[in-house]
Design a protein around this ligand. Sequence first.
Ligand code: FE2
Length: 214
Amino acid sequence: MTNKLSNVDYHSHILPQLDDGSESLEESLQMAKAAVEVGFETVIATPHYETYYYKNDREIVLQAVAVFQKAVGEAGIPLTIEPGSEVMLGPEIPDLLAENKLMTMQDKKTHLLVELPVSTCPLWVDDVIYRLQLQGITLILAHPERYLWLGRDLEWLIAKRENGMQLQGNIGSLKGKYGHGVQTRIEQLYRHGLIDLWGSDAHSVRGYQIITAP
Ligand SMILES: [Fe+2]
């Protein structure tokens, strides 16, 4: 995994009707076409897992990926879809991982894409990260540039990264998708070589088109 853009999209809400991403199979196929047009060969589908809103567990994601990959192939779109999820961290998440309920990146059980609330940092965050790492999983923190509670201070992220966490930047952040503050943050993280991998975090066709937009 690398600090450069690659032909793998590590974060996408491309699967239909599982979360706040694609609303239909048709929209998902349009997203797949748009992903190919901007240069991706593989998309890791990462629907939200949120304990009280989106219970997209391992079985659900596996089935959805199989159905969608078939549709992508039948539509003649040269794109590989692999399973993943974007897990909202919470005190219950370590137990769910231990029970094999969560979809890890590419179902390899080595990396887990996780997110945190944007505006406030929960008190349990260090404890939960520690309990997950004790299970031997590498955590990938989604869009570190978007967490307002981190401010401009890189210390927390640097410490977590030195402790084995990887950081996934949103490509759209570089384009100002989330405003000037987030754009400045991603540029700062990128300059310091702290971004391990990139993803579109696309929730629609626009999420891919913005990558090549002027
Ligand atoms: Fe996401």
